[in-house]
Design a protein around this ligand. Structure first.
Ligand code: PEP
Length: 251
């Protein structure tokens, strides 16, 4: 049996952050060097405009950096797009794919998300593949069905050496202050774990499943210990180092 994976606390800055905000990276790096959290991997995904600078600040520290999107190709005639190998070159270790905001704003289908995740793997990066139901889907009792359907379509094949991360982010909990109750998180994460083990065998026990949606320092200690919650994907509360570190130190 594969051991429980190390907790991952990942911040998604979305379309926020200027070079003046790189001080937040410096603050996280300094805090983690003074007070390390050995049981936790810490990641921040800034906008791509400051990714390289953020990666330079985080080099040789306990903070890793990632990107929020990639093109399905590594390079080529795709004006305005950026491939996974280029993001790796800018210092990314992880790339978020299939975030609900991209699924909604850019009509990204499960097939596109799958191709983007595959592209991350091809570049030697770890995709964080986001899934999650809408409020209407949960109200109709379809949450598990919807998430299973998204997993079927969005998760690429990968071999023993390749790593993927799943982020369960109920769309209605993102940026709203609403959080599912403990039983709902428990049931969804158990269902995702079962899906991963069915798909990948023993390797599925070691794949991290993050919870995302209004995770804050004030609720992290309730949510992070839930079975099969292997960390969090955090939007709003990742923008300020004090809030983000409050979640890291809750691990
Ligand atoms: C997110 O967008 O991935 C997210 C979880 O946002 P928030 O933490 O702000 O709800």
């Amino acid at each position: 049996m594969v051991q429980s994976p190390k907790t991952l606390i990942a911040g998604n800055w979305k379309m926020n952050g200027f070079s003046s905000d790189l001080s937040q990276f410096t603050a996280v790096v300094e805090a983690l060097s003074k007070k390390p959290v050995p049981d936790c991997q810490v990641l921040l995904c800034p906008p791509v405009t400051i990714l390289a600078a953020a990666s330079t600040i985080s080099e040789n520290s306990a903070l890793q950096t990632g990107a929020q999107n990639t093109h399905i190709a590594q390079s080529g005639a795709h004006t305005g797009d950026i491939g996974a190998a280029m993001l790796k070159d800018a210092g990314a270790d992880f790339i978020i794919v299939g975030h609900s905001e991209r699924r909604a704003d850019h009509q990204e289908t499960d097939g596109v998300v799958n191709a983007k995740a595959q592209s991350c793997l091809n570049a030697g990066l770890v995709p964080i593949i986001c899934v999650g139901e809408s409020q209407a889907e949960r109200a109709s009792g379809l949450a598990l069905t919807v998430v299973e359907h998204q997993l079927n379509g969005s998760v690429p094949d990968c071999d023993e050496t390749q790593e993927i991360v799943i982020a369960y982010e109920p769309v209605w909990a993102i940026g709203t202050g609403l959080v599912p109750d403990t039983d709902d998180i428990t049931n969804m994460h158990a269902a995702i774990r079962e899906w991963l083990v069915n798909r990948f065998g023993d390797k599925g026990h070691g794949i991290r499943i993050l919870y995302g949606g209004s995770l804050k320092p004030s609720n992290a200690a309730q949510i992070l210990p839930i079975a099969n919650v292997n960390g969090g994907l955090i939007g709003g509360a990742s923008l300020k180092s004090e809030d983000f570190l409050g979640i890291v130190y809750a691990v």
